[in-house]
Design a protein around this ligand. Structure first.
Ligand code: ADP
Length: 185
């Protein structure tokens, strides 16, 4: 049986990676499409696991070859969703998750209207700021830019079929797990 495509987004620092890891641990059919990026890996990030890290030149070659469902620039770096990987995962019957920024998600919804769109929201803006600070991966200027961007992203949540508040991880995963279960295939 063909899998389901899930568009999964929300502001940086809201807990998307944390929730996806917990969701996959509970349901192994849930798998993330590994995106391509031109940005440098952060400490601890692995090539082919967190992203496919590629040079700007290679990225542009892949764009020209039509290898991506969508691609865009975020904070000066290229990000893209590989089409062949996505199709292979759907053919395997997986719940195929695109972890994608809000602008990319809006594009992906238009290109794939059958996809299930899920927005992960923070319990409050203050809590979002605490999580980004707690993660400790950004300098102050980047953090302020992310928070500014987050306000804009939060204003788009009504475009999504589902909004899940990441208050407590296991509770949020209960809600995520119930979404594809209710979809007819
Ligand atoms: P994203 O992938 O959306 O950028 P992360 O998964 O990296 O976000 O999470 C950002 C930070 O918030 C991490 O330090 C993570 O441990 C923390 N976090 C995630 N979910 C929760 C939660 N439900 N309660 C408290 N902290 C959380």
């Amino acid at each position: 049986m063909r899998g389901l495509l899930v568009i999964f987004s929300g502001p940086s620092g809201v807990g998307k990676d944390t929730l996806l890891e917990a969701w996959t641990a509970r349901n192994p059919l849930v798998q993330r499409v590994v995106a391509y990026t031109t940005r440098a890996p952060r400490p601890g990030e692995q090539d082919g696991v967190d992203y496919h890290f590629v040079s700007r030149e290679r990225f542009e070659e892949l764009v020209a070859a039509g290898a991506f469902l969508e691609h865009k620039e975020v904070h000066g770096n290229g990000y893209a969703t590989p089409l062949a990987d996505l199709e292979a995962m759907l053919a395997e019957g997986l719940i195929t998750v695109l972890k994608i920024d809000v602008q990319g998600a809006l594009d992906a919804m238009k290109l794939r209207p059958e996809a299930i769109s899920i927005f992960i929201a923070p319990p409050s803006f203050e809590e979002l700021e605490r999580r980004i600070r707690g993660r400790g991966t950004e300098d102050e200027a980047t953090l302020l830019r992310r928070l500014e961007n987050a306000r804009l992203e939060l204003s788009h949540q009504s475009a999504y079929a589902h909004v899940v508040v990441n208050d407590a991880i296991e509770r949020a995963v209960d809600e995520l797990e119930a979404i594809p279960a209710t979809m007819s295939r």
